[in-house]
Design a binder for this molecule. Structure first.
Ligand SMILES: Cc1cc2nc3c(=O)[nH]c(=O)nc-3n(C[C@H](O)[C@H](O)[C@H](O)COP(=O)(O)OP(=O)(O)OC[C@H]3O[C@@H](n4cnc5c(N)ncnc54)[C@H](O)[C@@H]3O)c2cc1C
Length: 376
């Protein structure tokens, strides 16, 4: 297991850490609003610098540099959880879907703008339930001369209200395909931005399609089998795992700073053993979560036969640790932690999304159990 990062990755991590410092033009904090046009504008302003530094290009070549990708993702996830998920859905899910499985014309039309941070993408797969194996996709695409008519609905779509393009998973007579739907397409309805427990800077909505015409040159697939869908869901889980590392870092940093600076009973509270023990637990969880996430990434990179099981272990551990670390941080911040607007309470609310979305903790545990039933 070699986690030695090259100079390029180290430089990019450092650049990302300083990217939004004092930049009023590109401020991730301005994503938290209700007006979707303002959120879209603020998102594009933040994607611009990320594009210039090459962040949005990572992984589009389908090189499996998962370990260095995780470390670079972790840097952004610790700065702005909402911007991180939004940018990742655009680049690492929508972008990679087009870059890896799309046609040359689709790539020419979409990838350059995406890399420059001028395009927002969304991917709509899940419907009534998340368990693809149990609950197959009901969105259907019917062949209609030169195009397809797509009908169906998706309950939660990250970037739905602000996306230029939505890749909609639907069934055709020949298998599952992704339909690249432009935001102004006839028959496409994007719901209101959903009010959510956490990730308050993230624009998520329902999306429905009724006989939405999609020209046949805007189709990715159809695919024989579920391999491509599984790959997309693996990308999704990797992003959610990296996001958890970012939340843990934010909570830990906030608690440590507060514990050193805040005095009670004439001492900084870090001097109290009970506070120190909580910090020790948080550091241990952070180190373990990071190690497991990087090990899972390294195994995926190496094509290890146990990589899929490890990826689920990492998602469960990191996302559940994110909640636990945020809970400790909130406790250490005391009354100040309970008031809205600090990384501890935000992390406490955000962590729940990471356990539900992608492969949920329950389904992940089932897949781990299935995996170890084999030749483990
Ligand atoms: C904020 C947010 C953003 C999202 N963004 C997107 C997006 O951009 N694109 C997209 O395609 N999807 C997206 N999703 C959907 C997400 O990936 C899940 O698929 C979706 O939340 C499904 O949730 P559900 O409540 O329908 O789960 P259900 O499948 O109904 O499950 C409900 C509960 O039962 C458990 N459960 C279900 N089946 C089993 C089983 N067989 N065994 C044991 N337990 C089981 C689950 O783990 C969960 O705890 C998003 C979801 C959220 C919350």
């Amino acid at each position: 297991m070699d986690f030695d990062f090259g100079e390029t990755e180290k430089i990019l991590c450092e650049k990302i850490k300083g990217l939004f410092n004092g930049d009023s033009m590109a401020d991730p904090a301005s994503l938290a609003g209700e007006d979707v046009e303002e959120i879209r504008g603020a998102t594009l302003k933040c994607l611009g610098p990320l594009g210039r530094e090459g962040y949005l290009t990572l992984g589009l070549d389908n090189e499996k540099n998962y370990v260095s990708l995780t470390s670079i993702q972790e840097s952004l996830a610790a700065i702005s959880p909402s911007l991180f998920i939004s940018a990742e859905v655009t680049a690492r899910i929508f972008g990679r879907l087009v870059a890896v499985y799309g046609t040359p014309d689709q790539k020419d039309e979409i990838i350059p703008s995406l890399q420059e941070g001028r395009l927002i993408g969304a991917v709509a797969i899940s419907e009534d339930a998340m368990n693809i194996e149990n609950d197959p996709i009901n969105t259907l695409a019917e062949n209609n001369d030169d195009d397809f008519l797509v009908s169906g609905s998706k309950g939660h779509v990250v970037n739905g209200p602000i996306a230029d393009w939505i890749a909609v998973a639907a069934k055709t007579g020949d298998g599952l395909a992704f339909f690249l739907v432009k935001k102004e397409s006839a028959g496409l309805s994007v719901g209101q931005k959903l009010a959510m427990l956490g990730y308050n800077g993230l624009a998520v909505s329902a999306v429905s399609l009724e006989n939405c015409p999609v020209p046949s040159n805007y189709i990715i697939g159809p695919f024989d089998g579920e391999e491509q869908l599984k790959t997309v869901r693996m990308w999704e889980d990797q992003i959610l795992t990296a996001s958890a590392l970012g939340l843990i870092k934010r909570s830990l940093d906030a608690a440590l700073k507060f514990a050193k600076g805040h005095r009670s009973g004439n001492k900084p509270i870090i001097a109290y053993q009970e506070v120190g023990f909580q910090l020790a637990e948080m550091v241990t969880l952070f180190q373990t979560a990071q190690l497991l996430a990087y090990r899972a990434a390294w195994m995926a990179e190496a094509g290890d036969t146990e990589a899929a099981v490890l990826a689920h272990c990492a998602k469960v551990f990191c996302t559940e640790s994110a909640e636990e670390v945020a809970s400790h941080a909130l406790q250490i911040l005391g009354g100040r932690g309970y008031v809205s607007g600090n990384p501890a309470e935000e992390g406490y609310r955000d962590a729940k999304y990471l356990q539900i979305a992608g492969t949920s903790s329950e389904i992940s545990r089932m897949k781990i159990a299935d995996g170890v039933l084999g030749d483990w």
